[in-house]
Design a protein around this ligand. Structure first.
Ligand code: TYD
Length: 210
């Protein structure tokens, strides 16, 4: 479904672990509701019942998960999510506010696991019949600063968060490259800025789409 052909608006948040995506998604949902629009707040992996099962494997399975298996699991979660939740909400005219989408697969499975970035993107586009968001906010943060935030959080690390610094540096560079390649879809923000400033910047960009 091309962006122009659907009544809803779809916004995704991307960035490394600890960049503040959840905080910004929450602030944006409050603002969108105050504009009188219905919202769907969701995430990948895990936005659907099937997705919750997939999330459990990709984040918490204790044994080895081969990189291509991991890529397919995220793609399966995405296929189910777009078909059963996101597309219907967009067709109803809702504003879909989503934590992570296919750019995460390109960054984590492509750059992080060192699979071919183009193949990973194509896999997600096949899974979703080519669905792309209207706006993607990249919350960019130095991985060392992100790690400090995660350490302060006291939550046990999942399989991806537990990867070494080099992995997270590759993920960050990949996100920045994706944003540079599609400037009309992406808004890149320095996630070290105060949350209220970031929220205002997101609102200003989204206002034109509502
Ligand atoms: P997230 O839900 O942001 O984690 P948390 O619950 O800790 O906030 O994302 C879970 C992890 O999955 C995160 O480390 C990034 C990773 N991920 C991928 O590797 N590929 C993907 O396609 C997606 C959507 C997430």
């Amino acid at each position: 479904m091309a962006a122009a052909a659907r009544p809803g608006v779809w916004i995704t948040f991307e960035g490394g672990d600890g960049a503040g995506k959840t905080t910004q998604a929450t602030l944006l949902e409050e603002w969108v509701r105050a504009q009188g629009r219905e919202t769907l707040r969701t995430r990948e992996p895990g936005g659907t019942e099937v997705g919750v099962l997939v999330r459990d494997i990709v984040l918490y399975h204790r044994g080895e998960v081969a990189p291509r298996a991991e890529a397919l699991l995220y793609a399966a979660d995405r296929a189910q999510h777009v078909a059963t939740l996101v597309r219907p909400a967009l067709a109803r005219g809702e504003v879909v506010i989503q934590d992570r989408y296919l750019d995460s697969s390109v960054a984590y499975q492509g750059a992080g696991r060192v699979l071919d970035a183009g193949e990973i993107r194509d896999l997600s586009l096949w899974a979703t019949e080519g669905a792309l968001p209207d706006l993607t906010v990249l919350l960019d943060l130095d991985p060392a600063a992100a790690r400090e935030r995660l350490d302060a959080d006291d939550k046990p690390f999942d399989r991806l968060e537990a990867e070494e610094a080099d992995f997270h540096a590759r993920v960050r560079e990949s996100f920045l490259g994706l944003a540079a390649a599609e400037p009309e879809r992406f808004l890149v923000l320095d996630a070290a800025r105060p949350a209220a400033d970031l929220a205002a910047a997101v609102q200003a960009r989204l206002a034109a789409l509502l």
